[in-house]
Design a protein. Structure first.
Length: 154
């Protein structure tokens, strides 16, 4: 999602894909992944606490909206001086600024809709992430109790 935004920005600005834009792309991938992780991890935590799947997803999206918007806004605003700068080396800084501005803008917008949609589509028939861990712990404790009873009966 971030790469699509960055490439679109480079295309419309008439700039090329170079080492500076590639550095910006690496940063964008990290930021877009972080935003997606914020939503999914919080939804998983809510599911672990016993909330329903859809309720968890909606609440996670609502609660993580502000941190995602704040992070994206500060990143976009910090790219503006790179784009507007003049002087020696400004061409290279402008490329990374355009990549950051367009990539973060598009990735943020798409993350707020695509990540919850993809999570819903891919995980709607799954259980809580800690459900299996709890079941294994119960089986393990029962198994140890059974072994202790067998030894006691002999």
């Amino acid at each position: 999602m971030a790469i699509v935004g960055a490439m679109t920005g480079l295309y419309f600005a008439g700039m090329s894909l170079n080492i500076y834009s590639q550095i910006g792309l690496v940063m964008l991938i990290g930021l877009a992944a972080k935003n997606g992780i914020l939503i999914v991890e919080f939804a998983n935590q809510l599911r672990d606490k016993g909330k329903g799947f859809e309720d968890s997803l909606i609440e996670a999206s609502q609660h993580r909206l502000r941190p995602i918007i704040m992070t994206s806004f500060t990143t976009v605003m910090s790219s503006i001086p790179l784009i507007l700068a003049s002087g020696p080396g400004s061409e290279s800084r402008m490329v990374i600024g355009v990549v950051i501005l367009t990539g973060v803008s598009v990735a943020t917008f798409l993350t707020l809709f695509v990540v919850p949609g993809a999570y819903y589509w891919l995980c709607k028939n799954t259980g809580s992430p800690l459900k299996l861990t709890r079941e294994l712990a119960q089986l393990e404790s029962r198994g140890l109790d059974d072994i202790a009873c067998e030894k006691h009966n002999k």
